[in-house]
Ligand binder design. Structure first.
Ligand SMILES: C[S@@+](CC[C@H](N)C(=O)[O-])C[C@H]1O[C@@H](n2cnc3c(N)ncnc32)[C@H](O)[C@@H]1O
Length: 238
């Protein structure tokens, strides 16, 4: 399997079904837990993503799609900085229902591995904290490449392993011991917050992800680590 591997799943279909079910269960509490468990730094990470893609946001008539949009926080942050239409897409209906409550006008339900979009039809694709959950990472990158126009941009914001060993040890304690307990208590879905640090641990490092993007045909692939490398933001051009 070349994507996420939640405990108890043994193929890509099962992994995707588990991820979809899990986000469906945590959807009503997702925003609260997100902001609480990240000490609100998640807002800063999304703002950094918006800043990194601003050249495309300024393009006239650009088609912009926030994949794995969940409850839509990045979709909203992108829309605030452009007069173009921003679309949010996710395969979890309950997550989209939460996004809908925030009055996001353009949402559609779709699997990021099989988007209902024509080849070369988008100028910007973003994914915040969704890519790690895909059942096949290479297929996810290929699908983004297929949908983007020449000159189009992809931005992937995802959790990562902090490179500093001391910070990594502290972060590991927090994410493996503290976060699952608070997450279980507040969401009622303990498995979701045990899955989170496990999925981060198994996720390819930033260099590996950058290499995957290059071999799928992306150019100018670069990344920056944010907040001591807790997250990495990859940006690339087709
Ligand atoms: C951690 S949430 C992130 C939501 C939002 N982007 C944010 O920044 O808060 C991950 C989202 O990815 C979605 N997701 C995971 N795999 C997906 C797939 N194959 N296709 C579409 N959405 C997917 C989940 O349903 C969930 O809403």
């Amino acid at each position: 399997m070349s994507g996420t591997t939640p405990a108890g799943t043994s193929d890509e279909r099962q992994a995707a079904a588990w991820v979809r079910g899990m986000f469906g269960r945590v959807a009503p509490r997702y925003d609260l837990l997100n902001h609480l468990l990240s000490f609100n730094i998640d807002r800063h990470w999304r703002n950094r993503t918006v800043r990194a893609v601003q050249s495309v946001l300024r393009r006239e008539s650009a088609t912009i799609i926030d994949l794995c949009c969940g409850t839509g926080d990045l979709t909203i942050a992108l829309q605030h900085k452009t007069s173009n239409r921003v679309y949010g897409s996710d395969f979890s209906h309950p997550m989209l229902q939460q996004a809908h409550k925030k009055s996001i006008p353009r949402l559609f339900e779709a699997d990021a591995l099989n988007l209902p979009l024509r080849n070369k039809s988008a100028d910007l694709l973003t994914v915040a904290f969704g890519f790690r959950n895909l059942a096949n990472y290479e297929a996810g990158i290929r699908e983004m490449k297929r949908v983007l126009r020449p000159g189009g941009m992809a931005a992937i914001l995802e959790f990562s392993q902090p490179p500093n060993v001391v910070f990594a040890a502290m972060y590991s304690f927090y994410s493996r011991r503290v976060l699952p307990k608070i997450g279980a208590l507040l969401s009622g879905a303990g498995d979701a917050y045990t899955y989170l640090p496990e999925s981060v641990r198994k996720f390819p490092g930033p260099d590996e992800l950058a290499a995957m993007m290059r071999s799928a045909g992306f150019a100018s692939v670069g990344y920056q680590r944010l907040t001591f490398g807790i997250v990495a933001l990859h940006v690339a051009i087709v």
